[in-house]
Design a protein around this ligand. Sequence first.
Ligand SMILES: [Zn+2]
Length: 214
Amino acid sequence: MNDLSQQRRELMTALHAMAEADLSPGASGNMSLRLPNGGMLISASGVRGNEATLESLVEISSEGTCTPGQAKPSSEWLMHHQVYQDHPEAAAIVHCHSPFATVLACQRRAIPSFHYMVAVAGGVDIPCADYATFGSAELAENVSLALHRRKACLLANHGQLCIAQTINKALSLAQEVEALAANYYFSLQNGGPTLLSNGEMEKVLQQFRHYGQQ
Ligand SMILES: [Zn+2]
């Protein structure tokens, strides 16, 4: 099996897993992998995660061009393209409209240091990228900026996005972000959480770096 067919298989399996985990309703949400040639492999537009096939995945070059004869790529491909350009450490991206992350995103709230696991996203908070129309260059820019020194962010009035070294790690991170968003949401209903100080969060970030739990 060559590398590309291996990557197609990985991405399809991850799309099925995202659907199984109920992380994004309907045909919303998309995923991609960075290819060795600098391009990316991304899920198709309008295909539900559980219906993704090897043939439905779309290859896009590092210049952002799509070889004819393929399925239509996700309407949010430009966001993935921009993130790969600006974040060399990103090898895989998961974007989804998971329920609690989306609730907070609709309030344009970042997730602050209310729980030590917030550090799993790489810093003291999980920021919320400014709003722009889905699929636009402006949204791609806003998301890429929000990911400065972070592996996850919310997207105002939209959802969440995670980057990682592998698609499975990106999917795990998206599940973690969703769980944290739910905890934070319920905590806000009950008087609001007590936040951890930057000093406490720095200790956690160091531990994560030490144990490689990133
Ligand atoms: Zn979306």
